[in-house]
Ligand binder design. Structure first.
Ligand code: FAD
Ligand code: DHB
Length: 394
């Protein structure tokens, strides 16, 4: 098989890239190791930055998002039993975010790709990217029990943190910057209307809690849990009890309980692989970088990468100039590091680190007081949360 751009992975990065290239008249083939149902049901992100919403709409993938997505103009920070609302439009010149689940973004992009785009093969596992340093890169993959080869002009690794594409960068050229955290998130979906109309980020001595949602009828909630904890060890009632404790306020706010329909634990890490390009192999999304989920940056960063790459490939096609492709890694990394900083700040602001001292706890509260009490600090959070415009580095 042969194509212009071989895309490994059909998460949000790979699917959106295929759509953007299709719109620009550039051929691609997407290889995805899992089946369609798995990709469409994997519970993950829920918050789209304004820039992500604009990109999906412009790509012709925004119709259902515009109907069903929930525009959110703020979040609530909860600490010390107090509640502080951060008003995004007022602080950022009108920006907001949209609650629309990653599962739905993927469903919309898959339907479009199968209807209008190039091949998207489910159950096609990439085994290796080969000859990335030459003009003829290729992907070796297994499909329907047979090994095959996809010959390409360019290969894009959109295969997430555990993918194979990154391994094609020679070890001597790779630099990895990493941090792990001594806790994870237990995430649950519950068939109950959200207990607040905006997201609530709570700092508590017992650990972080997050109240989010998927729709007016479905709540999404997260609890900080110790590293290595499993979802099975948490009974449903214990989850609700713990959420109630960590989200408690001094006023009469109440948590609504309902049937929990799914639960899973996610480890937390920060990870950046530099550079994001080797020869004719480009890395995009989680294949190149991971952020801890606090602040919801991962999917939005993946979107930023593939928009930058689609523009660069289109520029090359139209002008013959590889200048934007050559700048790809550097352009993306400026934005990536700002998101890494933001996610790190949000994580350390709100989680309780088992190794922290009482002093560290007081510093956290002082940082929260500063955000709640000064417009400059609050604006910094609002700008980071709603996302930096795609054309700007920071
Ligand atoms: P992925 O979604 O990981 O997709 C990679 C794809 O490649 C997968 O489909 C995988 O099956 C496939 N693949 C892997 N190996 C191979 C192979 N060898 N061959 C073929 N295919 C392969 N981000 C946000 O922006 N907002 C949020 O609110 C948010 N919340 C989150 C909450 C949780 C609990 C978690 C875990 C993550 C959250 N994120 C959030 C992060 C976000 O989900 C990821 O950043 C996003 O999925 C990255 O997209 P991707 O396409 O780069 O990678
Ligand atoms: C969600 C996830 C996040 O990481 C976050 O900061 C906010 C919301 C969510 O899945 O809804």
């Amino acid at each position: 098989m042969r194509t212009t751009v071989g895309i490994v992975g059909a998460g949000p990065a790979g699917l959106l890239l295929a759509r953007l290239l299709h719109n620009a008249g550039i051929d691609s083939v997407v290889l995805e190791s899992r089946d369609r149902a798995y990709v469409e049901q994997r519970q993950r992100a829920g918050i789209l930055e304004q820039g992500t919403v604009d990109v999906l709409r412009a790509a012709g993938a925004g119709e259902r998002m515009d109907r069903e997505g929930l525009r959110h103009d703020g979040i609530e920070l909860r600490f010390d039993g107090r509640r502080h609302r951060v008003d995004f439009p007022a602080l950022t010149g009108g920006r907001s975010v949209t609650v629309y689940a990653q599962t739905e973004v993927c469903k919309d992009l898959i339907a479009l790709q199968l209807e209008e785009g190039g091949p998207l093969l489910f159950g096609a596992e990439a085994l290796a990217v080969e000859d990335a340093g030459t003009d003829r890169p290729r992907v070796r993959f297994r499909y329907e029990g047979r090994e095959d080869v996809l010959d390409c002009d360019y290969v894009v690794g959109c295969d997430g943190f555990w993918g194979v594409a990154r391994q094609a960068v020679p070890a001597g050229l790779s630099r990895v910057f990493e941090r792990t955290y001594p806790f994870g998130w237990l995430g649950v979906l519950a068939d109950v209307p959200p207990s607040h109309d905006e997201l609530v980020y709570a700092r508590h001595e017992r650990g972080f809690a997050l109240l989010s949602m998927r729709s007016p009828e479905v709540s999404r909630l997260y609890l900080q849990v110790p590293q290595g904890a499993t979802a099975e060890e948490w009974e449903d009632e214990a989850i609700w009890d713990e959420l109630e404790r960590r989200l408690e306020t001094r006023d009469d706010w109440r948590l609504r309980r309902g049937p929990i329909t799914s639960k899973s634990v996610t480890p937390m890490r920060s990870h950046v692989h530099e550079p994001m390009r080797y020869g004719r192999l480009f890395l995009a999304g989680d294949a190149a970088h991971i952020v801890p989920p606090t602040g919801a940056k991962g999917l939005n960063l993946a979107v930023g990468d593939v928009v930058t790459l689609a523009r660069a490939l289109t520029h090359e096609k139209e002008t013959g100039s590889a200048a934007l492709l050559d700048a790809y890694s550097e352009t993306c990394l400026r934005r990536v590091w700002q998101a890494e900083r933001f996610s790190y700040d949000m994580t350390t602001l709100l989680h309780s680190d088992p190794g922290a001292s009482p002093f560290d706890g007081r510093i956290q509260l002082a940082r929260l007081e500063r955000i709640a009490g000064t417009r400059a600090a609050e604006t910094d959070l609002a700008e980071g949360y709603t996302g930096f415009p795609l054309d700007e580095a920071v």
